[in-house]
Design a protein around this ligand. Structure first.
Ligand SMILES: Nc1ncnc2c1ncn2[C@@H]1O[C@H](COP(=O)(O)OP(=O)(O)OP(=O)(O)O)[C@@H](O)[C@H]1O
Ligand SMILES: [Mg+2]
Length: 325
């Protein structure tokens, strides 16, 4: 087994703006092959952290090592190995994507002879052909974001810092950009911020939640979903005529702490939350339903609901409690 190669290492990162502590003692690392999801409510400090990690903003304190080199000591070399999509995907609005990407390729030092083919390749990869000759200012939000992603990956950097890469994209593009991130992840270290929790499950190998500038969770997406009250809960789909009876007979099981219903046109989803997520209740539930001749149309075990965990962790944090995995 080869040793993990840490490409981004952040220790004790802090940033104050006057009396506001936007980032408060954050530490994290991203190895080659990893995608770290950076989560947190609005104003938590995600973009500010990313600005410091990419050398755009100077920290109040803390160290940032890019491929082992301190970014404050050797900023040019560090920045050369980073691709950065800043918040809001800023670009030169009067330029066309083709001009802008050619300009970025030049700034990034891509050899004159290779420049045009590299730009074409990226335009093709990010599906910018249709708008390649239109001023960026006149592009839709999603296309502007795609231009931002294109400039970030143009020089094939080994570190990618992407601030809300899929914000504003249509579902097809979201899917494509996630697939691209996964495909690139094998030989890069990638840090993405997002408000889309399903993105964490679909692309991230680990996740960090920050709130009020500090880390309140750090672990794998699985560890995050296992904090949900729905972790190992069972959802049964039953016909509406069976809901009352189902609820009555399952309520009597002492392993079940709570029962929730979501009614649809002719069916109801009945979610059974066990007292302990360690207890396997599906066979018990199936047996009881069979005994009372209630038909189960569908049964599935839930992994956990990330939006519920996110809300509960960030709200507990507001009340002063700190959770660490
Ligand atoms: N230049 C600045 N001057 C003063 N305060 C700032 C500055 N930049 C950021 N902040 C403050 O720092 C805090 C963190 O902001 P930041 O943009 O990092 O949050 P975020 O987690 O990216 O939020 P969002 O999810 O809305 O993008 C906020 O309170 C913000 O107002
Ligand atoms: Mg932000």
């Amino acid at each position: 087994m080869t040793l993990a190669e840490t490409l981004v290492e952040v220790i004790g990162l802090t940033k104050s703006f006057g009396s506001i502590k936007a980032v408060d003692n954050i530490s994290l690392s991203v190895n080659r092959g990893e995608v770290l999801g950076f989560l947190g409510p609005n104003g938590a400090g995600k973009s500010t952290s990313m600005k410091m990690i990419t050398g755009f903003l100077t920290p109040t304190s803390g160290t940032i090592k890019i491929s082992g080199n301190d970014i404050s000591v050797n900023p040019i070399e560090a920045k050369a190995s980073i691709g950065y999509l800043p918040e809001g995907a800023p670009a030169y609005g009067e330029m066309t994507p083709l001009n802008f990407l050619s300009f970025v390729a030049e700034v990034r030092g891509i050899d004159n002879s290779a420049r045009a083919s590299r730009v074409d390749e990226i335009i093709d990869k990010i599906h910018l052909e249709r708008v390649a000759h239109q001023p960026i200012d006149t592009l839709s939000k999603g296309f502007k974001r795609r231009v931002g992603i294109a400039q970030a990956i143009l020089h094939d950097p080994e570190i990618l810092i992407l601030d809300e890469p899929t914000d504003g994209l249509d579902p097809n593009q979201k899917h494509e950009i996630r697939a691209l991130i996964k495909e690139m992840a094998a030989d890069k270290a990638i840090l993405i911020s997002t408000h889309i929790l399903e993105e964490v499950e679909s692309v991230c190998t680990k996740a960090i939640i920050i709130s009020n500038g500090g880390v309140i969770f750090s672990g794998s997406p699985l560890e995050l979903s296992s904090k949900s009250r729905y972790h190992n809960a069972i959802t049964l789909v039953v016909s509406n005529k069976d809901v009352e009876k189902t609820t009555k007979i399952l309520k009597e099981l002492e392993e079940i702490m709570a029962i929730e219903h979501i009614a649809e046109a002719e069916l109801t989803r009945v979610t059974l939350i066990p007292y302990s997520s360690e207890v396997e209740i599906s066979s018990l539930v199936k047996a009881r339903m069979a005994d009372y001749e209630c038909e189960i149309l569908q049964l599935y075990i839930e992994q956990g609901r990330l939006d519920e965990v996110f809300r509960s962790l960030t709200n507990q944090q507001k009340s002063g409690e700190v959770i660490r995995s």
